[in-house]
Every structure is written in structure tokens, then in C-alpha cells.
Design a protein. Structure first.
Ligand SMILES: N[C@@H](CCC(=O)N[C@@H](CS)C(=O)NCC(=O)O)C(=O)O
Length: 228
């Protein structure tokens, strides 16, 4: 599905060589936000996780891992949210979505890696997909409960990491911040009281949500989230 085809500034539509395979509100939202921040032409391809489209042969031909996001750039495919975020930030240095010091850049990788591998794959995996952790369905309830506990513990860590800071790494917005927003929105979606339990993270989310690029991506994905 073509959701976004930008104007080339001269009034004529240009064919984009960047394509993002995404699902509304999924971790692909962080990439979508970064594409909006970069102001590059790109196309959106909807692959609904809720409708099971990531498991269909057509999409498995694109990403045999059966996951969004996938970024297609000039015919090459790049998967894994941290790799895509760092790639986009790295090849567009003028937009400054990575900090300037080497150590801070690696702190970005530290955040992205932990969010993707531990919080997403393990903690949310246990919570949303217990069948991926055991073949014994009698264990599902206990895995889901442990997943929730693990998410809460990770969320405390995020709250502490953001305390007293405008942005997650260094003094400026980076590609980590929209990724954190995804986890914030998931927390709200699963019924956590984010404003009460994670006040610093809520302020951070408010700052991220106030960015034009973020609002555009959220609107394009048809998400109705509001911080009140
Ligand atoms: N390690 C991957 C995980 C991607 C992932 O799990 N994406 C979810 C959406 S947030 C997905 O496609 N889920 C489909 C499924 O689990 O079958 C990454 O960081 O990009």
C-alpha cells in the first residue's frame, strides 16, 4: 500500500527508492518516525501483524524471519529495528539523530540493543507470545505473568534512565527516543498507568510526541494515542 509518496519540491511526485514495511503501532513506528524526521521520500507498505500478514508467504519472501520492520533501500533489504535506526541516522548525519561523541553513539547502541533484545524479544515475547517459549500450553499463564513482571522491571530501569534528562542519550534527541516512545505506547496499550508509574518517561514521551515528524507518523499509521 502506498501511504506516503513525497513531493520532490518542484511539484512533481518522485519515485522513492526507500520502502518501509510496517505494521501500525509496531516497533516499525520508530523507523517511520525517523523517516519523517529525515524528510526523505519513501513508501509505506502495510503488513498487519494483527491480521497475521507477517506470517504469509508473500511477506516471508521479503523477510523470512516474518517480522517488521523491513527497510528496502535501492533494492537491498535491511531488517532489525536497531540496525535500521542506526543506518538511517548514520547516512543522514546532517539531521543529527546520533550524538557527536563516540561514547554517546555507543550508548545509543546500548539502549537500542537492550530494548530490542530484552524488552521486546524476551519480555514482551513472554507476555504476548508465550507459545514461543514452551510447547506446554499449561505453562502459558505463568510465562505471561513472568513477562509482565519482567516488563515492569525493565520499565523501572527506563524510568530511572530518563530521570532528570530531556533525552535518553546526551543532550539532544536521537534515534533512541522514538524507539522508547514505541515501548511507552505499548505500556499504555496493555493497561499500565504510565503517567502515574513512570512520570519521567511520561515527560519524555510528551517531548517526543510534540515533534511534528512524530505526529505525522502517528497520524499516517492511524494511531489515536493522546497523552492526557
Ligand atoms: N528483532 C526484531 C523484532 C521485530 C518484531 O518482532 N516485530 C514485530 C512487530 S513489533 C513483528 O513483526 N511481529 C510479528 C510476529 O511476531 O509474528 C527487530 O528488532 O526488528
Amino acid at each position: 500500500m502506498l501511504k506516503s509518496l513525497r513531493d520532490n519540491g518542484a511539484g512533481a511526485h518522485i519515485e522513492s527508492s526507500i520502502r518501509l514495511y510496517y505494521s501500525p503501532g509496531a516497533c516499525s513506528l520508530a523507523i517511520h518516525i525517523v523517516l519523517e524526521e529525515l524528510n526523505l521520500p519513501y513508501r509505506l507498505e502495510l503488513v498487519s501483524v494483527a491480521e497475521g500478514k507477517t506470517a504469509e508467504p508473500r511477506f516471508l519472501g521479503i523477510n523470512p524471519k516474518g517480522r517488521v520492520p523491513v527497510l528496502q533501500i535501492d533494492g537491498s533489504l535491511l531488517t532489525e529495528a536497531p540496525a535500521i535506526l542506526i543506518y538511517l541516522a548514520d547516512v543522514n548525519p546532517e539531521v543529527a539523530l546520533l550524538p557527536s561523541t563516540k561514547l554517546e553513539r555507543f550508548h545509543c547502541l546500548e539502549w537500542l540493543n537492550w530494548l530490542s533484545s530484552t524488552v521486546h524479544a524476551v519480555n514482551y515475547g513472554q507476555f504476548w507470545r508465550p507459545e514461543r517459549f514452551t510447547n506446554d500450553s499449561s505453562q502459558f499463564e505463568s510465562i505471561v505473568a513472568k513477562g509482565k513482571e519482567n516488563i515492569i522491571s525493565a520499565y523501572r530501569h527506563i524510568e530511572n534512565g530518563l530521570t532528570g534528562k530531556m533525552w535518553s542519550v546526551g543532550g539532544d534527541y536521537s534515534c533512541v527516543d522514538p524507539f522508547l516512545l514505541v515501548f511507552y505506547l505499548w505500556g499504555s496499550a496493555v493497561g499500565f498507568n504510565m503517567q502515574i508509574d513512570y512520570p519521567e518517561w511520561s515527560l519524555h514521551a510528551e517531548r517526543v510526541l510534540s515533534r511534528e515528524a512524530v505526529r505525522r507518523a502517528i497520524e499516517q499509521e492511524g494511531l489515536s494515542f493522546r497523552l492526557v
